[in-house]
Design a binder for this molecule. Structure first.
Ligand code: AMP
Ligand code: MG
Length: 396
């Protein structure tokens, strides 16, 4: 059996990389960049006016200017030749040639063709001018492969002139629930049956993390059915996430079926609670299967702890987000198993953020997850972990 750290390392060492594709700017959110991005031009590309006002020469001695033109944004630059003249300028325009200072409109008194700076107005070199190349230079490498594209990266890509970018293909994910007891929400249900909730929770989590190509299926605990359908799903998807059927029960056929379909078992069982029976495997054609235990708390915790980081790895992401949080109270842990425990973050106006551990009544008790923001990872230890200890935190 592997420890949590060993299990994560085994997954990251074996996840197959997705292929690289050229993707349009509108579809890039959440993708991982597979090329370097270079600045198309200096940023800003010209001496950019930062305020609506008048442009003058800072060496001038007058405080009474004749207005000789209007410089709009998006127009080629005008020129100023005299110290006692000025040009009206708009934010975003190129600074007229011969000027090096902008006096904001709020700081001038103007008549039809004259502008007089108020006494308090400052005239100095490069005032209110966003200087060419001050933020980035043409040809500069601004984004590197492995960066996950979010709001700020997309803004930079667009401004660097990229209509498309090379990224790792988003994984096509199939969610598969197994179990004869499971009934679809909305369908009639008997007392001895259970609602099929896991795939809905998994889908919600995956979508929140930017994964959009998701299908879901339900399969009975039936060997031929499992074998046939999982085979087809493996042909049509990159990643399968199964829930249920990986424990020691008589009808837990999932590991056997996956091996029969040519999946190489990388790990089965992790020294953790909940989620001990988890299975992970890969196939030589680049398919990956995460088979999670069916208990709802186990399924969700395994998704956040292993699957989401594994998916990022398969997209060749260079960083994995890790948050840490300080325990406010000592907590009793397990001598051999890593314990994942839900936690509530409370924002207090006086003392700032407070945390409260919220143990569940077992891995079937997902009602207790309501009102929690995620879970902490408590490594194995004899006795207690002290208050004040920094531990990994996974946010729902
Ligand atoms: P298993 O891992 O198949 O032994 O399932 C363990 C427990 O989780 C059983 O009580 C199942 O009914 C429950 N379970 C399995 N899959 C789901 C699911 N998709 N939604 C809700 N509960 C499930
Ligand atoms: Mg089952």
């Amino acid at each position: 059996m592997l420890s949590v750290t060993e299990a994560q390392a085994a997954i990251h060492a074996h996840v197959p990389l997705l292929t690289i594709t050229q993707t349009g700017l509108r579809e890039l959110t959440g993708s991982v960049l597979a090329e370097s991005i270079f600045m198309e031009r200096d940023q800003p590309p010209f001496q950019r006016v930062m305020m609506d006002g008048i442009a003058v020469r800072s060496s001038t001695t007058t405080r009474d200017f004749r207005i000789v033109g209007t410089q709009a944004a998006g127009a080629p630059p005008l020129s100023l030749t005299r110290d006692d003249e000025c040009i009206e300028v708009m934010t975003g325009a190129e600074l007229p040639v011969g000027c090096d200072c902008v006096i904001p409109v709020e700081q001038i008194k103007r008549s039809t063709d004259r502008a007089q700076p108020l006494e308090s107005a400052v005239i100095s070199k490069w005032l209110n001018v966003h200087r060419r190349g001050s933020d980035a230079l043409r040809g500069q490498s601004i984004l590197q492969p492995g960066v996950r594209l979010g709001v700020t990266e997309i803004a930079v890509l667009a401004s660097a002139g990229y209509a498309t970018a090379q990224v790792r293909q988003s994984p096509r994910i199939a969610l598969v629930s197994t179990g004869d007891e499971l009934v679809e929400p909305g369908d009639p249900i008997e007392n001895w049956q259970i609602r099929r909730s896991n795939t809905y929770a998994l889908r919600s989590a995956l979508e929140q993390h930017g994964h959009r190509q998701i299908i879901d299926r339900h399969l009975a605990d039936d060997l031929p059915v499992l074998r046939h359908t999982i085979d087809v799903l493996l042909q049509e998807n990159d990643v399968l996430i199964l829930s249920g059927g990986v424990s020691m029960g008589q009808f837990d056929y999932v590991p056997q079926v996956l091996t029969e379909l040519g999946m190489q078992c990388i790990l089965h069982k992790i020294e953790q609670r909940p989620g001990k029976p988890m299975w992970f495997g890969v196939r030589s054609d680049g398919k990956a299967v995460y088979a999670l235990p069916g208990n709802p708390v186990s399924t969700l915790i395994c998704l956040y702890r292993y699957v989401l980081p594994g998916l990022l790895r398969s997209m060749a992401s260079s960083t994995l987000p890790v948050e840490r949080i300080t325990l406010q109270k000592a907590v009793k842990v397990h001598p051999e198993l890593t314990v994942f425990m839900p936690i509530r973050l409370k924002h207090d106006d006086q003392v700032g953020m407070q945390t409260e551990l919220c143990p569940t009544r077992g891995s079937g008790d997902f009602i207790s997850l309501l009102g929690t923001q995620g879970f902490v990872e408590l490594p194995p230890a004899q006795g207690m972990i002290d208050a004040g200890t920094l531990v990994p935190f996974y946010r729902w």
